[in-house]
Design a protein around this ligand. Sequence first.
Ligand SMILES: O=C(O)C(=O)CO
Length: 364
Amino acid sequence: MLNRFIGLSAAIVGRSSRVSGFPFSPLLKAGNQSQNRTMSAGKAFKVLVTHPEVPQEGIDLLKENCEIIQVQSVPINRAELLEKIRGVDGVLWGGHEPLNAEALDAAGPQLKSISTMSAGIDYVDVPEVKRRKIPLGHTPTVLNTAVADLAVGLLIAASRRFHEGRKTIDNDKWENYHLNWLLGQDIRDSTVGFYGFGGIGQAIAKRLSGFDIDKVLYTTRRRVHKEIEEEFNAKKVDFDTLLAESDFVVIASPLTKDTQGVFNATAFNKMKQTAVLVNIARGKIVNQDDLYEALKSNRIFSAGLDVTDPEPLSPKDKLLTLDNVVILPHIGSATKRTRADMSTIAAHNVLRGLAGEPMLSPAY
Ligand SMILES: O=C(O)C(=O)CO
């Protein structure tokens, strides 16, 4: 099943900006073949790209058939975005700016296709987009491997005390004449618990299977397919069991009203004292004050975070004073290839929405 996901994204993206091995939308075919009068006569659609740094791969695809308007400011100037969105048919939403009624009103009723360039869409007012019957796409799957690689990096860094170790060098406290110095937690024979076990969680589990882990537990609303459970020796458990039995707890779920703040003091108190928490999903799933207390009091062993609340995190944030937390500035999907793939998928989503076809990765 996992291979099917990964295979699908590879087929979707190909290794060029062109999509290979994937059923093109008629709109794209028209552009490629230069046969369709409507399309070749011109840019039947206007598409706004809301960020100047959207990789060229996606823009080139859109350009074949659409007139492109692009926001130029970074950080995004909301006024510029609201001005440029007026009257467009499609939007490739390239940043994490709120996509809400204000933006949709500014666009106007002709807007018929939107895609974000992200997996998480917590900055989108989805009910509002739905209410207007505008197809909405996003870009999960293509970033699974990049985010999973980073998650494994964080898991190792947090369990083996990378940050604390580095600080000892900076502070001239390198004391390896002690035998028990900077001892960490083993990954081998461990139980890894996933809070959320979709494509990213499964890609992490796949990587960890090379680390001789003992078992995988997961907590999700719905049970994953039996063959996925078998592939990863994974068992669905309730949240309390996940917390109590996992040596590593990996947060890989979307941020929703149900997941916001679930990792709080109550949850940390149910975890093993040797447990390592990894969050590559969204900062708000964790109550950060409670996490600070749990780490400071050694209620849990350590944490590796790619996401925080807020982002950017202030350099004065108390979490940064702790030895037992590794923090990265939300770079899970930040590889050149992944970004290019995300722009390609987002462009296809937009084009398909404009053509009245199902998107490659619809958000609802
Ligand atoms: O695309 C997203 O939602 C991400 O947060 C990638 O790290």
